[in-house]
Design a protein around this ligand. Sequence first.
Ligand code: SMG
Ligand code: MG
Length: 368
Amino acid sequence: MKLTGVEIREIRLPLVAPFRTSFATMTERTALLLRAVSTDAEGWGECVAMVDPLYSSEYAAGCADVLRRFLIPALGRHPHLDAAGVGPALAPFNGHRMAKAALEMAVLDAELRARGVPLARELGAVHDRVPCGVSVGIMDSVPQLLAAVAGYLDEGYRRIKLKIEPGWDIEPVRAVREHFGDDLLLQVDANTAYTLADARHLARLDPYDLLLVEQPLEEEDLLGHAQLAKLLATPVCLDESITSARAAAAAITLGACSIVNVKPGRVGGYLEARRIHDVCAAHGVPVWCGGMLETGLGRAANVALAALPGFTLPGDTSASDRYYRTDITEPFVLADGHLPVPDGPGLGVVPLPDALEEVTVDTEWIPM
Ligand code: SMG
Ligand code: MG
Protein backbone atom coordinates (compact mmCIF):
# COMPACT_ATOMS: atom_id res chain seq x y z
CA MET A 1 0.00 0.00 0.00
CA LYS A 2 1.49 3.32 -1.08
CA LEU A 3 -0.02 6.55 0.28
CA THR A 4 -0.52 9.20 -2.37
CA GLY A 5 -1.99 12.00 -0.24
CA VAL A 6 -4.29 13.06 2.56
CA GLU A 7 -7.33 15.33 2.38
CA ILE A 8 -8.07 17.51 5.41
CA ARG A 9 -11.74 18.48 5.62
CA GLU A 10 -13.37 20.78 8.16
CA ILE A 11 -17.02 20.09 8.93
CA ARG A 12 -19.55 21.87 11.13
CA LEU A 13 -22.59 20.03 12.52
CA PRO A 14 -25.34 21.63 14.64
CA LEU A 15 -26.12 19.83 17.93
CA VAL A 16 -29.73 18.82 18.64
CA ALA A 17 -29.45 20.68 22.00
CA PRO A 18 -26.73 22.69 23.77
CA PHE A 19 -24.27 20.52 25.73
CA ARG A 20 -22.88 22.18 28.86
CA THR A 21 -19.85 20.94 30.79
CA SER A 22 -17.76 22.53 33.55
CA PHE A 23 -15.61 24.17 30.85
CA ALA A 24 -17.93 25.21 28.00
CA THR A 25 -21.36 25.13 26.39
CA MET A 26 -21.35 23.64 22.90
CA THR A 27 -24.11 24.29 20.35
CA GLU A 28 -22.35 22.91 17.29
CA ARG A 29 -19.52 20.50 16.56
CA THR A 30 -16.62 21.53 14.35
CA ALA A 31 -14.39 18.59 13.45
CA LEU A 32 -11.59 17.69 11.08
CA LEU A 33 -11.93 14.61 8.91
CA LEU A 34 -8.98 13.07 7.12
CA ARG A 35 -9.18 10.95 3.98
CA ALA A 36 -5.99 8.97 3.40
CA VAL A 37 -5.66 7.90 -0.23
CA SER A 38 -3.44 4.97 -1.14
CA THR A 39 -2.90 2.92 -4.27
CA ASP A 40 -5.10 0.15 -2.79
CA ALA A 41 -7.87 1.86 -0.79
CA GLU A 42 -9.02 5.04 0.92
CA GLY A 43 -9.44 5.45 4.66
CA TRP A 44 -11.20 7.92 6.94
CA GLY A 45 -9.94 9.46 10.16
CA GLU A 46 -11.73 11.81 12.56
CA CYS A 47 -9.93 14.30 14.76
CA VAL A 48 -11.68 14.75 18.12
CA ALA A 49 -10.20 18.18 18.95
CA MET A 50 -12.77 20.93 19.47
CA VAL A 51 -12.64 24.55 18.25
CA ASP A 52 -11.15 25.85 21.52
CA PRO A 53 -8.36 24.33 23.62
CA LEU A 54 -10.59 23.88 26.71
CA TYR A 55 -10.90 20.10 27.15
CA SER A 56 -7.17 19.78 26.44
CA SER A 57 -4.44 21.87 24.82
CA GLU A 58 -5.38 20.71 21.31
CA TYR A 59 -7.83 22.56 19.06
CA ALA A 60 -9.06 21.93 15.54
CA ALA A 61 -7.17 24.66 13.68
CA GLY A 62 -3.97 23.75 15.55
CA CYS A 63 -4.44 20.10 14.56
CA ALA A 64 -4.91 21.08 10.91
CA ASP A 65 -1.71 23.12 11.10
CA VAL A 66 0.46 20.40 12.65
CA LEU A 67 -0.98 17.83 10.24
CA ARG A 68 -0.24 19.84 7.10
CA ARG A 69 3.10 21.20 8.30
CA PHE A 70 4.67 18.18 10.04
CA LEU A 71 2.66 14.98 10.41
CA ILE A 72 1.44 14.31 6.87
CA PRO A 73 4.85 15.27 5.37
CA ALA A 74 6.52 12.86 7.83
CA LEU A 75 4.37 10.02 6.47
CA GLY A 76 5.21 11.24 2.97
CA ARG A 77 8.83 10.31 3.70
CA HIS A 78 7.68 6.70 4.37
CA PRO A 79 4.79 6.30 1.90
CA HIS A 80 4.79 2.47 2.20
CA LEU A 81 4.05 2.47 5.94
CA ASP A 82 1.27 0.36 7.42
CA ALA A 83 -0.79 1.67 10.36
CA ALA A 84 1.53 0.08 12.93
CA GLY A 85 4.34 2.24 11.54
CA VAL A 86 2.45 5.54 11.83
CA GLY A 87 3.02 6.01 15.59
CA PRO A 88 6.80 5.44 15.36
CA ALA A 89 7.05 7.69 12.27
CA LEU A 90 5.29 10.53 14.13
CA ALA A 91 7.02 9.93 17.49
CA PRO A 92 9.73 12.62 16.98
CA PHE A 93 6.98 15.25 17.19
CA ASN A 94 5.97 15.97 20.78
CA GLY A 95 2.35 15.88 21.86
CA HIS A 96 -0.44 16.55 19.32
CA ARG A 97 -2.03 13.21 20.12
CA MET A 98 -5.46 14.05 18.69
CA ALA A 99 -3.93 15.04 15.36
CA LYS A 100 -1.75 11.91 15.32
CA ALA A 101 -4.71 9.70 16.25
CA ALA A 102 -6.75 11.01 13.31
CA LEU A 103 -3.94 10.32 10.86
CA GLU A 104 -3.30 6.82 12.21
CA MET A 105 -7.06 6.10 12.07
CA ALA A 106 -7.22 7.09 8.39
CA VAL A 107 -4.22 4.92 7.47
CA LEU A 108 -5.58 2.03 9.56
CA ASP A 109 -8.99 2.25 7.84
CA ALA A 110 -7.32 2.27 4.40
CA GLU A 111 -5.10 -0.69 5.30
CA LEU A 112 -7.95 -2.77 6.75
CA ARG A 113 -10.20 -2.04 3.77
CA ALA A 114 -7.39 -3.17 1.47
CA ARG A 115 -7.03 -6.37 3.55
CA GLY A 116 -10.81 -6.86 3.93
CA VAL A 117 -10.57 -6.92 7.75
CA PRO A 118 -13.06 -5.19 10.12
CA LEU A 119 -11.50 -2.87 12.72
CA ALA A 120 -13.22 -4.75 15.55
CA ARG A 121 -11.57 -8.02 14.50
CA GLU A 122 -8.18 -6.31 14.11
CA LEU A 123 -8.40 -4.85 17.63
CA GLY A 124 -9.50 -8.13 19.25
CA ALA A 125 -13.21 -7.48 19.84
CA VAL A 126 -15.25 -10.27 21.44
CA HIS A 127 -18.80 -8.85 21.20
CA ASP A 128 -21.06 -8.00 18.25
CA ARG A 129 -22.93 -5.27 20.14
CA VAL A 130 -22.08 -3.01 23.09
CA PRO A 131 -24.24 -1.59 25.91
CA CYS A 132 -24.43 2.20 25.79
CA GLY A 133 -24.44 5.03 28.27
CA VAL A 134 -25.19 8.69 27.76
CA SER A 135 -23.48 11.83 29.04
CA VAL A 136 -25.97 14.41 30.34
CA GLY A 137 -24.90 18.05 30.41
CA ILE A 138 -25.28 20.60 33.19
CA MET A 139 -28.81 22.06 33.13
CA ASP A 140 -30.54 25.17 34.42
CA SER A 141 -32.67 23.27 36.95
CA VAL A 142 -33.13 19.87 38.58
CA PRO A 143 -36.62 19.31 37.03
CA GLN A 144 -35.11 19.94 33.59
CA LEU A 145 -32.37 17.39 34.38
CA LEU A 146 -34.86 14.78 35.59
CA ALA A 147 -36.87 15.19 32.37
CA ALA A 148 -33.72 14.77 30.24
CA VAL A 149 -32.63 11.65 32.15
CA ALA A 150 -36.14 10.17 31.92
CA GLY A 151 -36.06 10.70 28.15
CA TYR A 152 -32.72 8.90 27.78
CA LEU A 153 -33.86 6.00 29.97
CA ASP A 154 -37.00 5.69 27.83
CA GLU A 155 -34.74 5.41 24.79
CA GLY A 156 -32.99 2.49 26.47
CA TYR A 157 -29.64 3.89 27.66
CA ARG A 158 -28.04 1.55 30.18
CA ARG A 159 -26.06 4.08 32.20
CA ILE A 160 -26.32 7.79 32.97
CA LYS A 161 -23.34 10.10 33.38
CA LEU A 162 -24.00 13.53 34.86
CA LYS A 163 -21.64 16.40 34.15
CA ILE A 164 -20.88 18.18 37.43
CA GLU A 165 -19.14 21.35 38.64
CA PRO A 166 -19.06 23.22 41.95
CA GLY A 167 -22.66 24.33 42.55
CA TRP A 168 -24.11 21.51 40.39
CA ASP A 169 -23.08 18.26 42.03
CA ILE A 170 -24.63 16.85 45.23
CA GLU A 171 -28.16 18.16 44.55
CA PRO A 172 -28.58 16.83 40.99
CA VAL A 173 -27.00 13.49 41.95
CA ARG A 174 -29.31 13.13 44.95
CA ALA A 175 -32.35 14.05 42.83
CA VAL A 176 -31.51 11.58 40.05
CA ARG A 177 -30.77 8.76 42.50
CA GLU A 178 -33.96 9.35 44.49
CA HIS A 179 -36.13 9.73 41.42
CA PHE A 180 -34.85 6.76 39.41
CA GLY A 181 -33.91 4.36 42.20
CA ASP A 182 -30.96 2.27 43.30
CA ASP A 183 -30.72 0.09 40.19
CA LEU A 184 -29.78 2.97 37.88
CA LEU A 185 -26.12 2.82 36.81
CA LEU A 186 -25.02 6.39 37.59
CA GLN A 187 -21.69 8.20 37.42
CA VAL A 188 -20.40 11.79 37.30
CA ASP A 189 -17.75 13.70 35.33
CA ALA A 190 -16.14 16.93 36.64
CA ASN A 191 -13.71 17.65 33.77
CA THR A 192 -11.07 18.89 36.29
CA ALA A 193 -13.39 21.38 38.05
CA TYR A 194 -12.32 20.64 41.66
CA THR A 195 -9.21 20.80 43.84
CA LEU A 196 -8.02 18.51 46.62
CA ALA A 197 -9.44 21.06 49.09
CA ASP A 198 -12.90 19.92 47.87
CA ALA A 199 -12.32 16.35 49.10
CA ARG A 200 -14.84 16.58 51.97
CA HIS A 201 -17.41 18.09 49.67
CA LEU A 202 -16.89 15.36 47.04
CA ALA A 203 -17.22 12.71 49.77
CA ARG A 204 -20.86 13.85 50.07
CA LEU A 205 -21.39 11.98 46.78
CA ASP A 206 -20.51 8.69 48.51
CA PRO A 207 -24.03 7.88 49.81
CA TYR A 208 -25.40 7.84 46.24
CA ASP A 209 -23.58 4.68 45.20
CA LEU A 210 -22.01 6.07 42.03
CA LEU A 211 -20.08 3.80 39.66
CA LEU A 212 -17.31 6.40 39.60
CA VAL A 213 -16.32 10.05 39.70
CA GLU A 214 -14.44 11.00 36.53
CA GLN A 215 -11.49 13.41 36.47
CA PRO A 216 -12.28 15.53 39.55
CA LEU A 217 -8.88 17.30 39.60
CA GLU A 218 -6.43 18.86 37.13
CA GLU A 219 -5.02 16.76 34.32
CA GLU A 220 -1.46 16.79 35.71
CA ASP A 221 -2.39 16.12 39.32
CA LEU A 222 -1.91 12.35 39.61
CA LEU A 223 -0.70 12.64 43.20
CA GLY A 224 -3.76 14.70 44.15
CA HIS A 225 -6.03 12.05 42.63
CA ALA A 226 -4.20 9.37 44.64
CA GLN A 227 -4.77 11.36 47.84
CA LEU A 228 -8.40 12.05 46.92
CA ALA A 229 -9.05 8.38 46.13
CA LYS A 230 -8.12 7.52 49.74
CA LEU A 231 -10.71 10.02 51.02
CA LEU A 232 -13.64 8.85 48.85
CA ALA A 233 -15.67 5.66 48.83
CA THR A 234 -16.68 6.46 45.23
CA PRO A 235 -14.10 5.01 42.79
CA VAL A 236 -11.97 7.61 40.97
CA CYS A 237 -11.79 7.26 37.18
CA LEU A 238 -9.35 9.26 35.04
CA ASP A 239 -10.00 10.73 31.61
CA GLU A 240 -7.88 13.83 30.78
CA SER A 241 -4.88 12.56 32.81
CA ILE A 242 -4.51 9.32 30.83
CA THR A 243 -2.54 10.35 27.75
CA SER A 244 -0.77 7.03 27.07
CA ALA A 245 -0.40 3.43 28.23
CA ARG A 246 2.58 4.57 30.30
CA ALA A 247 0.46 7.26 32.01
CA ALA A 248 -2.21 4.62 32.71
CA ALA A 249 0.34 2.29 34.31
CA ALA A 250 1.69 5.16 36.44
CA ALA A 251 -1.76 6.30 37.55
CA ILE A 252 -2.80 2.77 38.52
CA THR A 253 0.47 2.10 40.37
CA LEU A 254 0.12 5.38 42.29
CA GLY A 255 -3.47 4.63 43.26
CA ALA A 256 -4.70 7.70 41.35
CA CYS A 257 -7.55 5.76 39.73
CA SER A 258 -9.25 2.36 39.87
CA ILE A 259 -11.13 2.75 36.55
CA VAL A 260 -9.99 4.26 33.23
CA ASN A 261 -11.89 6.12 30.51
CA VAL A 262 -10.26 5.19 27.19
CA LYS A 263 -10.50 7.81 24.42
CA PRO A 264 -8.43 7.00 21.35
CA GLY A 265 -8.05 10.66 20.32
CA ARG A 266 -6.68 11.66 23.71
CA VAL A 267 -3.98 8.94 23.66
CA GLY A 268 -2.73 9.16 20.06
CA GLY A 269 -4.85 6.50 18.39
CA TYR A 270 -6.72 3.20 18.47
CA LEU A 271 -3.52 1.14 18.72
CA GLU A 272 -2.40 2.99 21.88
CA ALA A 273 -5.98 2.72 23.16
CA ARG A 274 -5.71 -1.05 22.81
CA ARG A 275 -2.42 -0.99 24.75
CA ILE A 276 -4.19 0.92 27.55
CA HIS A 277 -6.90 -1.74 27.53
CA ASP A 278 -4.19 -4.39 27.87
CA VAL A 279 -2.33 -2.56 30.70
CA CYS A 280 -5.58 -2.07 32.61
CA ALA A 281 -6.64 -5.69 32.09
CA ALA A 282 -3.27 -6.84 33.44
CA HIS A 283 -3.92 -4.75 36.58
CA GLY A 284 -7.56 -5.85 36.92
CA VAL A 285 -8.71 -2.27 36.24
CA PRO A 286 -12.04 -1.94 34.35
CA VAL A 287 -12.13 0.38 31.33
CA TRP A 288 -14.90 2.01 29.32
CA CYS A 289 -14.95 3.91 26.06
CA GLY A 290 -15.26 7.69 26.31
CA GLY A 291 -16.78 9.95 23.70
CA MET A 292 -15.93 13.27 22.04
CA LEU A 293 -19.21 13.89 20.19
CA GLU A 294 -17.91 11.89 17.25
CA THR A 295 -19.63 11.67 13.89
CA GLY A 296 -20.54 8.21 12.62
CA LEU A 297 -16.91 7.65 11.61
CA GLY A 298 -15.39 8.00 15.07
CA ARG A 299 -18.47 6.38 16.59
CA ALA A 300 -17.96 3.27 14.41
CA ALA A 301 -14.38 2.96 15.60
CA ASN A 302 -15.29 3.59 19.24
CA VAL A 303 -17.95 0.89 19.16
CA ALA A 304 -15.37 -1.54 17.73
CA LEU A 305 -12.96 -0.68 20.56
CA ALA A 306 -15.70 -0.95 23.20
CA ALA A 307 -16.24 -4.57 22.09
CA LEU A 308 -12.86 -5.65 23.55
CA PRO A 309 -13.11 -7.92 26.62
CA GLY A 310 -11.80 -5.43 29.20
CA PHE A 311 -14.50 -2.86 28.41
CA THR A 312 -16.76 -4.05 31.21
CA LEU A 313 -18.62 -0.78 31.86
CA PRO A 314 -21.03 0.91 29.39
CA GLY A 315 -19.32 3.69 27.44
CA ASP A 316 -20.24 7.16 26.19
CA THR A 317 -21.00 5.40 22.90
CA SER A 318 -24.40 6.97 22.42
CA ALA A 319 -26.54 6.79 19.28
CA SER A 320 -26.02 9.38 16.53
CA ASP A 321 -29.25 11.18 17.44
CA ARG A 322 -27.93 11.97 20.95
CA TYR A 323 -26.06 14.81 19.23
CA TYR A 324 -26.98 15.07 15.55
CA ARG A 325 -30.24 15.21 13.64
CA THR A 326 -28.35 14.18 10.50
CA ASP A 327 -25.08 12.31 10.83
CA ILE A 328 -22.58 12.12 7.97
CA THR A 329 -22.82 8.30 7.90
CA GLU A 330 -25.80 5.99 8.19
CA PRO A 331 -26.86 6.77 11.77
CA PHE A 332 -26.05 4.51 14.70
CA VAL A 333 -29.41 3.59 16.23
CA LEU A 334 -29.87 2.27 19.76
CA ALA A 335 -31.49 -1.18 19.93
CA ASP A 336 -32.29 -2.57 23.37
CA GLY A 337 -29.73 -0.15 24.87
CA HIS A 338 -26.96 -1.39 22.58
CA LEU A 339 -25.19 -0.33 19.38
CA PRO A 340 -24.12 -2.95 16.82
CA VAL A 341 -20.40 -3.40 16.17
CA PRO A 342 -19.79 -2.70 12.46
CA ASP A 343 -18.66 -5.86 10.63
CA GLY A 344 -17.57 -4.48 7.26
CA PRO A 345 -13.88 -3.94 6.35
CA GLY A 346 -12.10 -1.08 8.14
CA LEU A 347 -14.48 1.22 10.00
CA GLY A 348 -17.37 -0.54 8.27
CA VAL A 349 -19.02 2.81 7.51
CA VAL A 350 -18.32 5.62 5.02
CA PRO A 351 -19.60 9.19 4.80
CA LEU A 352 -22.74 9.70 2.72
CA PRO A 353 -21.57 12.09 -0.03
CA ASP A 354 -24.53 14.50 0.12
CA ALA A 355 -24.60 14.64 3.93
CA LEU A 356 -20.85 15.25 3.96
CA GLU A 357 -21.01 18.06 1.38
CA GLU A 358 -23.83 19.69 3.34
CA VAL A 359 -21.65 20.19 6.44
CA THR A 360 -18.26 20.78 4.79
CA VAL A 361 -16.68 24.17 5.46
CA ASP A 362 -13.29 23.65 3.84
CA THR A 363 -11.15 20.98 2.16
CA GLU A 364 -7.45 20.86 1.48
CA TRP A 365 -5.44 18.20 -0.39
CA ILE A 366 -1.91 17.45 0.84
CA PRO A 367 -0.08 15.28 -1.74
CA MET A 368 2.65 12.89 -0.62
O1 SMG B 1 -19.48 11.76 22.87
O2 SMG B 1 -21.05 11.39 24.31
C1 SMG B 1 -20.03 11.97 23.95
C2 SMG B 1 -19.42 12.99 24.89
C3 SMG B 1 -19.20 12.41 26.23
O3 SMG B 1 -19.06 13.76 28.16
C4 SMG B 1 -18.50 13.38 27.17
N1 SMG B 1 -17.25 13.76 26.82
O4 SMG B 1 -14.95 14.57 29.40
O5 SMG B 1 -15.82 12.72 28.88
C5 SMG B 1 -15.70 13.93 28.68
C6 SMG B 1 -16.47 14.67 27.61
C7 SMG B 1 -15.55 15.45 26.72
C8 SMG B 1 -16.25 16.28 25.71
S1 SMG B 1 -17.24 17.49 26.42
C9 SMG B 1 -17.56 18.72 25.30
MG1 MG C 1 -14.59 12.99 30.82
